[in-house]
Design a protein around this ligand. Structure first.
Ligand SMILES: Nc1ncnc2c1ncn2[C@@H]1O[C@H](COP(=O)(O)OP(=O)(O)OP(=O)(O)O)[C@@H](O)[C@H]1O
Length: 304
C-alpha cells in the first residue's frame, strides 16, 4: 500500500532520513517506533506529501506522492503530533469543514459526518464546541477529521499522547475497527504497550535509517518472538533449544533465552512439552512484548 524507495530527506545541515526502502502491506497496522529524533515525524510528513525529499520515491496506493499529491490526499488521512482544532466550531462544523476540504460532494457530507461520528462515538457531541471537550474527545474529533473521507491509509503521529488509560484503550479499539474495515495504518508512539494492542508490524527507525521492519505475532504470517526463563540455571539450555528446527536463538544465558519460533500454536505447545521433558525447570515461557522486542532490536542491530 505504501512503497518507499531510496528516500533521503535533509533539513539544513541535518540528514533526517537516509536511503529508506520500505513496503507497507495493505490492511496492516504498523507501529513506527524509535528514539526522539529518529525521523518518525519526518517520515510521516514525507509520506503525506508535506515535505519534499532530497531523493527517492514514495507511492501510496500506486500513486506517486510527489507527482500526484492531491490524488494521494484523497486516499490518505493524516493526524499530526501537534494538531489544532477550531475552538469556536462545534464538532459537527469541524467534521463538515474537513469533509468539504477533502472535496466530498455537498450531498455526501451529512452522511459522512453521521458515519464518522458513529465510528468515533461522537454522536452526542456534535453540537458541542471543541473548546469545551476533554483532550481525549478532541483527539477523537481530530481523528474524525482525518478519516471523514474514508481514506485507505491513515497516518497518526503520537495519537495517544496525553490521553488517560481509558481513552487510550478506546483509541486502540477504534484502530482495530479501522483495520478491520480495510484501512492501512501507520502509527507512531513512544508507548509501546499501547501500540502492542493493535499493531501487526513494527518499524524501528534509528538516526534516519530502518533498523528493523517485521511482522509481529498479531500477524498471521509472522514467526513469534518467544522468551523462556528457568527456575534453576541449566548450561544445556542453548543446545536443547537450538536442536529444534523452528527455533532461531537470539539471546541465551544459563537461565534465560530469547528466540524466534516459526511454528504454529500447536507446535509451540509441543515445544514447551519437549523442553519440560528434557528436564528444564521452566518458570516462565511466552511471547515477548513489543517493548522487549524493540529493546532487543536496538541492542542487537546496527542500522542497515
Ligand atoms: N525543521 C527542522 N529543522 C532542522 N532539523 C529538524 C527539523 N525538524 C526535525 N529536525 C531534526 O530531524 C531529526 C528527525 O526529527 P523527527 O521530528 O522526524 O524525529 P522523531 O523521530 O519524530 O522525534 P520525536 O520522537 O521526538 O517526535 C531530528 O534530529 C530533529 O532534530
Amino acid at each position: 500500500m505504501i512503497q518507499i524507495s531510496g528516500l533521503t530527506f535533509d533539513y539544513p545541515g541535518h540528514r533526517a532520513l537516509n536511503q529508506l526502502n520500505l513496503s507497507v502491506e495493505r490492511g496492516s497496522v504498523t507501529a513506527l517506533v524509535g528514539a526522539n529524533g529518529a525521523g518518525k515525524t519526518t517520515l510521516m510528513r514525507c509520506i503525506a506529501g508535506l515535505e519534499t525529499p532530497l531523493s527517492g520515491s514514495i507511492a501510496v496506493a500506486g500513486l506517486d506522492v510527489q507527482e500526484e499529491p492531491r490524488a494521494v490526499h484523497r486516499q490518505m488521512g493524516y493526524l499530526s503530533d501537534f494538531f489544532g482544532l477550531y475552538q469556536d466550531l462545534t464538532v459537527a462544523q469541524c467534521l463538515e469543514y474537513a469533509a468539504a476540504s477533502q472535496g466530498l460532494a455537498k450531498e455526501a457530507i451529512a452522511a459522512a459526518i453521521h458515519d464518522t461520528a458513529q465510528r468515533l462515538s461522537l454522536q452526542d457531541r456534535l453540537k458541542q464546541k471543541t473548546s469545551s471537550l476533554s483532550r481525549g474527545l478532541r483527539q477523537r474529533v481530530a481523528i474524525g477529521q482525518a478519516i471523514i473521507h474514508s481514506p485507505q491509509v491513515l497516518l497518526l503521529d503520537e495519537p495517544a499522547s496525553g490521553l488517560d488509560p481509558e481513552a487510550r484503550n478506546e483509541l486502540a479499539i477504534l484502530f482495530r475497527q479501522l483495520q478491520t474495515s480495510g484501512m492501512t495504518l501507520l502509527v507512531s508512539s513512544h508507548i509501546l504497550a499501547e501500540l502492542e494492542a493493535y499493531s501487526s508490524h513494527m518499524l524501528v527507525l534509528k538516526d534516519g535509517k530502518i533498523l528493523e521492519h517485521r511482522a509481529l505475532s498479531n500477524s498471521p504470517h509472522s514467526s513469534r518472538a518467544l522468551q523462556l526463563s528457568l527456575a534453576s540455571p541449566n548450561p544445556r539450555l542453548a543446545e536443547i533449544l537450538a536442536a529444534h528446527s523452528k527455533v532461531l536463538l537470539s539471546k541465551t544465558q544459563d537461565h534465560h533465552a530469547e528466540f524466534d519460533f516459526s511454528g504454529s500454536s500447536d507446535e509451540q505447545a509441543q515445544l514447551l512439552a519437549e523442553l519440560i521433558q528434557a528436564g528444564l525447570a521452566i518458570s516462565s515461557f511466552g511471547e515477548q512484548n513489543l517493548q522487549q522486542a524493540y529493546l532487543r532490536t536496538i541492542a542487537s542491530k546496527e542500522a542497515k
